[in-house]
Design a protein around this ligand. Structure first.
Ligand SMILES: [Zn+2]
Length: 335
């Protein structure tokens, strides 16, 4: 197993998030090496991935979302991938997080939390190669989304990735995050579409490919709620609502959301905010949505859906969600 999986992969150079400290991409990569860890199965899966094919599929989907009037090339990033222990996440600037994988736009790297992946794979009985490719696709979707750093009018720093914004004060570390839920939901839906298409031509060893679509369905099971079950349901309801309200086909609405993600649409902008409110048919929606996070705010999300009439299979979802939460709690107790 190579220690560093995709050494020398290209580092994106346009619109990258600027360094907060005097750390450089290289010094952070050096730091990460302290936390490298071997895992033969995850390593071999990553080694076998056809990144050119992934980039081709993303590129095709992104191009499809760009209106003809704006046709232009979109940069597809190919970050370095490192298998690390959980401590690496804290080390490179994400002290509270303990995700399975994480894309770090500052350094254009994907960190793979091997121990956490092993734990989750056995808890939900998901094959490691499938979990690896599935998660990688999600992080790769973040990597291809627009990301940039700007000063707001008040002088605060805004770091935007996709439609998500992180607002930081000039001094000190006070931060606020906006549109995390929406960003993750769009990202995940896109990643799953790419995953299903990718697996059709790039079978994974040890995974039954008889019915490719059912592989994506694994993650729709309520007990896999931590894998974006609720966020995806929310997104489908939002698309259905906008489609019904504005008489635009659901797929066109979806393409618009992909475009917003890839171009880094500023949903805090008053005009844009007003447009989304109008599309849903009620003022205040965008503002409330902006404060929801994918990890902790599922119950608030259910309230928001109810309040603004995002009722696509709402009862079915609510029942499934409650069941999912219960199953998750039980599993957590067992671990
Ligand atoms: Zn994500």
């Amino acid at each position: 197993m190579t220690e560093e999986i995709y050494r020398g992969a290209h580092v994106g150079d346009n619109g990258r998030v600027a360094e907060e400290t005097d750390k450089t991409h290289e010094s952070v990569r050096e730091e990460i090496k302290e936390f490298l860890i071997d895992d033969a199965e995850i390593g071999e899966t990553l080694d076998s991935i056809n990144f050119d094919e992934i980039q081709r599929i993303f590129s095709e989907k992104i191009q499809k979302s760009i209106p003809d009037s704006e046709a232009r090339a979109h940069t597809i990033s190919r970050p370095d991938v490192f298998l690390v222990t959980p401590e690496a996440f804290a080390k490179v600037g994400n002290p509270d997080a303990n995700p399975l994988m994480s894309y770090m736009p500052q350094y254009d790297v994907i960190l793979v939390n091997v121990l956490e992946m092993r734990r989750v794979a056995s808890m939900y009985n998901v094959p490691i190669p499938l979990l690896t490719v599935k998660l990688l696709m999600h992080e790769q979707a973040h990597a291809v989304s627009s990301h940039y750093d700007r000063q707001s009018r008040s002088g605060n720093r805004v770091v935007q990735i996709g439609v998500q914004q992180l607002h930081m004060q000039r001094e000190g570390s006070s931060q606020a995050i906006f549109f995390n839920l929406l960003n993750e939901a769009i990202n995940e839906k896109l990643a799953r579409m790419v995953l299903v298409e990718y697996l059709k031509s790039n079978p994974l060893s040890g995974v039954n490919h008889e019915d490719i679509d059912s592989i994506a369905d694994i993650y729709k099971k309520p007990e896999a709620a931590l894998l974006f079950f609720a966020a995806l349901h929310f997104l489908e309801a939002l698309i259905a609502k906008i489609s019904a309200k504005s008489h635009v086909e659901p797929d066109k609405v979806w393409q618009g959301l992909v475009h917003a993600e890839m171009m880094g649409l500023d949903l805090k902008n008053q005009k844009v905010r007003g447009m989304l409110d109008a599309a849903v048919g009620k003022q205040g929606f965008t503002d409330e949505l902006s404060r929801l996070n994918v990890i902790d705010d599922t119950e608030k999300m259910v309230q928001l859906m109810s309040k603004y009439g995002l009722i696509h299979n709402f009862d079915k979802f609510k029942n499934a969600f409650v069941r999912g939460v219960l199953i998750r709690r039980q599993k957590k107790e067992q671990v």
